[in-house]
Design a protein around this ligand. Sequence first.
Ligand SMILES: Nc1ncnc2c1ncn2[C@@H]1O[C@H](COP(=O)(O)OP(=O)(O)OP(=O)(O)O)[C@@H](O)[C@H]1O
Ligand SMILES: [Mg+2]
Length: 244
Amino acid sequence: MDDGAVLEVNGIVKRFGSLEALGGVTLSLHSGDILGLIGPNGSGKTTLINVVSGLLYPDAGSLLLYGRRIDRLSPHRRSHLGVNRTFQIPHPFMGLTVRENIDISLLFGKRGNRVDLDQRAEDILKLAGLSGVSEHKAGNLNTSQKKMLDLAKALATEPKVLLVDELAAGLNTSEAEAVARLLKEVRKSVDAMIVVEHVMNFIKKVTEDVVVLDAGKVIFSGKFIDAVNDSKAREVYLRKASGT
Ligand SMILES: Nc1ncnc2c1ncn2[C@@H]1O[C@H](COP(=O)(O)OP(=O)(O)OP(=O)(O)O)[C@@H](O)[C@H]1O
Ligand SMILES: [Mg+2]
């Protein structure tokens, strides 16, 4: 056990039938870390986020949050303890307004008495750049705004560990740059983050530390700059780029 770790992921295995989506993934997050989680399509990035956030239970391995086992807890228990995530494809309550969506997370995403909900909601709306659309129905938002609402909902639960799944995918360059700046701002209010992303320029802007997954296994862990020069990590990306 790593005493100083915020989150420890130890030998996590997740199978879907005969497919081993995660084949014994081990990594750890310490206070202040932003870990870039990269890898080709189907390498297990979202599955790992699902296992850590509680949407899926692992078949083997353990998860420790500040030294406490969390791998058999439900997603809402983990949210109360400080683990939350965004979704690759956000599904807000489409018929509710942006503000109502955030209010639900503020009210139910965290245990204990909540004070000054109005102020919290306004701060989060502002941070996520959604103040101007707070009374719009979530279903009427564009893709970028829906992603920001998903982040806002996660932030409303006051996560200590925030897991971000492809927040910049599908955004144009200036939108993605704004998201990268936003994540750096968000880091100030969370203890540690995992950021999943395909776009390397985006990862580079957000963090230096990466884990590369391939077919459910960690094939590289270290500095982004060293991943670029690592033969295994390069091969995975070249294979992906050539479509083989
Ligand atoms: N609920 C599920 N049932 C069956 N197979 C699944 C399920 N979820 C994921 N998989 C499979 O597990 C593997 C890992 O998928 P995952 O979504 O974690 O990859 P990813 O790295 O997030 O990919 P992408 O970059 O495309 O988002 C894939 O082969 C996928 O088809
Ligand atoms: Mg994914």
